[in-house]
Design a binder for this molecule. Structure first.
Ligand code: GLA
Length: 723
């Protein structure tokens, strides 16, 4: 990795593992994009500049010739002085004027990337800080670019600076803008809802703006803050693929604009809808980071780069490669209907199987026998749990297992002691009724007093009991975007301040309890984003735990996120969400493609059920390191075929694992052959299930016949060991 500045041509070359990102300072004094793609030599790239179609463009300010900004592909776009494309920043000055021109004003190269104040971000990496400045308004932007050796990504963000004596209102303050040559791209995004998270959709970009966003003060299941921009002919394994993943958990927007000049501008960050930030004299505004990746090896290559970036630079290093808890969660086994004995029986039924953690889900606190009450009262319900929490914890620990507990720290029930004492802790507008969602309200995280209450009450439980694991849930989205703790002129800062408040309580609770492992959750997988992975090494992928449905949910999620981030459980049949019955083996094989666990009433287990769990976990342990650290090759796509196949290959290519799944059984089925991927052509691999030794070249060209058992929803798994 290197950052090089050619003084003669004023060109910056940012070199990642196999990529080059280049821009230069043009003769008008602006930072102008040149190239992002496969690594090239540090050649003179300015030859690529050619003005395209004219559509009444003005010239840059003060010059009577030259290309307008719409043709200039500046590294940061700004409105009002001849750029008619989407602006990256839109300030409003006290005079009422809203235009700015940001000239190049110097650069710094830092050996280590500075963290963002109060927001999660990637670590490490050589960093270029490009200073842009508008000296008419004393308004500046610092653009940060970080490159890495071990992942082909660039981390980018912008910091906006008010050096004037007056307040500046930021009506838009995106994190980045990036130009791509040509108008021939497709956009892939991940949409969804409860129990149907992250379904990929691929559409051609058209002239004009295509965008995805969230206005929910959360990243949402509706549209994940991820976008891939790919060449029209890009496939899973071939072609240009750019991945954009915003490290942010609140209202966001990502856009791709095909411009009149026949080029494509990609940009985004904090959603500017219902946003206005008051930047006081001398203040800076930091924007969330975005991870941008490039691969010439199609969507698969793009995903592998993003996975490495998240694993190596976002997820807590202590946990990233650590075997994860194999847990039994009582939620689907009991819902709210449990007591001390039932929980101890659940633990007893699985002790010795390899399940190493019991997680007590919703319902242990306050007066919470259903989902209408108790949230915010983080006090053990000793009527329900005779002997208190410690009776369960001691029992679980005595069986050699760890203990985990569910919280929903951001929520407050109307029927709770805390709401009765402090109704002002709930988000709301004084003269309006609040919207209910799952019968609950939300805590106003923009208010420091509310944050202190949450941190103190959750910490009290964690400090006074031997808790090894926490499931941090979040089951509704903000309505009534308003805080009683903010003055009127700051109300449009609410959604971003919510994110800052969330990061603050995560920082204090998670970092304050370094020996506790935290898992994220959001009514299933509705807040599955890289900012949350910074605090929670794994996230519950979906409340939909049906194996058939999970092949699609996990496939879609894998476009942007590594398998180690996906929490996946074996649950009971008929499945509680879709009422489908699938084999225990199938449920296990699909749940093994992530951080695995169980979620069912184990007190009904027979000895042979227990044996089956034990065998399943032994199998999981064989592939666990591949799930945590391996490269993912998506071989068959369940959205477009009757099959789903994932291949995991170790970084040194000495080991691999293949999981193949067939959805429906068709009578008298055709033969099915899978072409392996990601192996070393010259290495020989032993495949124990087939009793053969074959070269990687053979496995990746001739492939392997897959023989499923008769019946619907079957899996076949194969291991590959270098000989
Ligand atoms: C959400 C989670 C579930 C469970 C329930 C408890 O729906 O996704 O796993 O924890 O809340 O109320």
């Amino acid at each position: 990795m290197a950052i090089h500045f050619d003084k003669e041509t004023k060109t910056f070359y940012l070199e990642g593992k196999n990529t080059t990102y280049a821009f230069y300072i043009n003769s008008f004094g602006y930072a102008e994009h040149l190239y992002y793609g496969a690594r090239v030599h540090r050649d003179y790239l300015i030859y690529t500049k050619a003005q395209g179609k004219n559509s009444c463009n003005a010239t840059p300010p003060g010059l009577d010739k030259g290309p307008g900004f719409s043709h200039m592909n500046t590294e940061l776009t700004f409105f009002g002085t001849s750029d008619y494309r989407e602006a990256t920043v839109h300030p409003r000055f006290t005079s009422g004027d809203r235009l700015t021109t940001l000239y190049y004003a110097g650069y710094d190269i830092l050996d280590t990337k500075p963290a963002i104040n109060g927001m999660p971000s990637l670590d490490g990496g050589k960093t270029l800080v490009l200073h842009l400045y508008d000296d008419v308004k004393n308004f500046g932007a610092d653009l940060y670019y970080t490159v890495y050796d071990d992942a082909d990504v660039i981390a980018r963000r912008a910091v906006y600076i008010n050096n004037s004596d007056d307040e500046i209102k930021l009506c838009r303050a995106y994190s980045f803008a990036m130009s791509l040559p040509g108008d021939n791209y497709d956009m892939i995004t991940l949409h969804g809802g409860w129990a149907s998270e992250r379904e990929p959709e691929r559409v051609p970009l058209h002239y004009g703006v295509s965008s995805i966003d969230s206005k929910r003060a959360t990243s949402s299941a509706t549209l994940n803050p991820f976008m891939a921009i790919v060449a029209r002919d890009t496939t899973e394994n071939y072609g240009d693929a750019y991945g954009i993943n915003l490290v942010y958990a609140s209202s966001y927007v990502l856009k791709a604009e095909v411009t009149t000049n026949g080029e494509t501008l990609v940009l985004g960050g904090i959603n500017d809808f219902d946003f206005e930030w008051n930047l006081g004299a001398g203040e800076k505004f930091e924007t969330p980071e975005v991870i941008i990746s490039y691969s010439k090896d199609g969507l698969g290559g793009m995903s592998r780069e993003l996975h490495d970036a998240l694993r190596n630079h976002i997820i807590n290093k202590k946990y990233v490669n650590m075997p994860r808890p194999v847990l039994i969660n009582n939620w689907e086994g009991t819902y709210f209907n449990f007591d001390t004995k039932k929980l101890c029986d659940i633990a007893d039924a699985v002790a010795g199987t390899g399940i190493d953690t019991l997680v007590l889900d919703d319902g242990w606190f306050g007066k919470r026998d259903d989902d209408r009450s108790g949230l915010g009262d983080w006090v053990v319900n000793e009527k329900k749990l005779l002997g208190g929490l410690d009776a369960v914890i001691e029992h679980v620990h005595s069986r050699g297992m760890k203990f985990g507990l569910w919280f929903e720290p951001e929520m407050i029930s109307e029927d709770s002691d805390i709401f009765r004492a402090h109704p002002e802790y709930a988000i709301g507008v004084p003269d309006r009724n609040r919207c209910y969602s799952r019968h609950q309200f939300m805590m106003d995280l923009t208010n420091p007093e509310v944050r202190d209450y949450i941190v103190d009450s959750v910490s009290k439980i964690l400090d006074n009991h031997k808790i090894d694991y926490v499931k941090w849930d979040y089951n509704r989205n903000v309505t009534e975007f308003y805080s009683l703790a903010l003055p009127p002129e700051k109300q449009s800062e609410f959604a971003h301040r919510y994110a800052l408040g969330l990061y603050d309580i995560c920082e204090r609770i998670v970092n304050g309890h370094k020996n506790v492992f935290f898992e994220g959750c959001s009514g299933g997988g509705a807040r599955f984003d890289s900012s949350m992975l910074y605090y929670f090494p794994q996230i519950w992928t979906s409340d939909n735990s049906d194996a058939e449905e999970r092949t699609r949910i996990q496939y879609g999620t894998s476009l942007a996120y590594p398998l180690s981030a996906m929490s996946c459980h074996v649950s009971a049949v008929p499945n509680h969400q879709v009422k489908r019955t699938t084999d225990f083996a199938t449920r296990g094989d699909i749940a093994h493609l992530g951080a695995t666990g169980y979620e069912l009433d184990t007190t009904v287990f027979t000895d042979s059920d227990r044996e089956a769990v034990k065998r399943q976990i032994e199998e999981y342990k064989k592939m666990e390191q591949l799930v945590l650290t391996g490269d993912l090759w998506r071989i068959e796509n369940p959205f477009t075929s009757n099959y789903f196949s994932f291949m995991l290959v170790s970084k040194d290519k000495s080991q691999a694992h293949l999981t193949c799944y067939r959805s429906l059984f068709h009578c008298n089925p055709t033969a099915h052959r899978v072409i392996c991927r990601g192996l070393d052509e010259s290495k020989q691999y032993y495949v124990p299930e087939l009793g053969v030794i074959l070269h990687g070249s053979t496995l990746m060209s001739v492939g392997i016949p897959i023989k499923f058992k008769d019946g619907d929803f079957r899996t076949v798994t194969l291991h590959f060991e270098e000989k």
